[in-house]
Design a protein around this ligand. Sequence first.
Ligand SMILES: Nc1ncnc2c1ncn2[C@@H]1O[C@H](COP(=O)(O)OP(=O)(O)O)[C@@H](O)[C@H]1O
Ligand SMILES: Nc1ccn([C@@H]2O[C@H](COP(=O)(O)OP(=O)(O)O)[C@@H](O)[C@H]2O)c(=O)n1
Length: 217
Amino acid sequence: MSGDGRSGRLVIAVDGPAASGKGTLARRLSAHYGLPYLDTGLLYRMVARAMLDAGHDIRDAAAAERIVASFDQAGFAEETLRGREIGEAASVVAAMPAVRKGLIERQRAFAAQDEGAVLDGRDIGTVICPEAPAKLFVTATPEVRAARRHRELAGRGEAATFEGILADIRRRDARDSGRSDAPLKAAEDAVILDTSALTVEEAVAAAVTIVNARRRG
Ligand SMILES: Nc1ncnc2c1ncn2[C@@H]1O[C@H](COP(=O)(O)OP(=O)(O)O)[C@@H](O)[C@H]1O
Ligand SMILES: Nc1ccn([C@@H]2O[C@H](COP(=O)(O)OP(=O)(O)O)[C@@H](O)[C@H]2O)c(=O)n1
């Protein structure tokens, strides 16, 4: 197995836009290879949640910088982080360089565990773990992603129209891809996996094939 110097370890970087299926794939890869998993989007969602809970304007970069310096990951329940409003707010704070800088070490420390790790986000292959041997860039059309997110939010009891979610996804794609600091983009050595026409099982099988090829390579 190749890693970043220590034999036997494997770091898998999974990036992609909102609702592309990267979290589902990253969780399945983590179970398949027996590696710890970090959903880095949750960190940005925690900063956004803390900003809103404290009554700050979500665009207040000085307040966001203070929060990121001191927040405790254990203090957030995941169900308070997954909603539509928090996804949007997270992409606003994620464009702030001080917020990104303040979250780098936690992510790199996670990836540095002995056995390796699976991390998913927007900049794992480009900024957080550029040395990862296995990098996936997971994508799907905006319409497919909106349909998936629509189903997911409906399942959580959050009412929203398909058109509203599609507009959210397009806005978030533009913000995440257009920011100057660590924009959403595939690393040069990432394999692009378009899941638009794949079931979860098909996408997992394709991802495992890609990772196995990189481990041996
Ligand atoms: N290949 C797929 N086919 C159908 N639905 C999928 C697929 N991959 C993920 N999903 C579903 O789409 C939604 C978003 O997937 P998720 O993995 O959370 O995306 P992301 O982490 O990229 O935002 C979830 O409800 C998930 O079950
Ligand atoms: N590594 C990461 C992860 C998330 N993010 C930001 O955090 C927001 C929420 O990320 P997420 O992965 O939880 O969102 P979904 O793709 O699940 O909708 C994204 O829109 C990005 O702006 C980031 O900038 N870098």
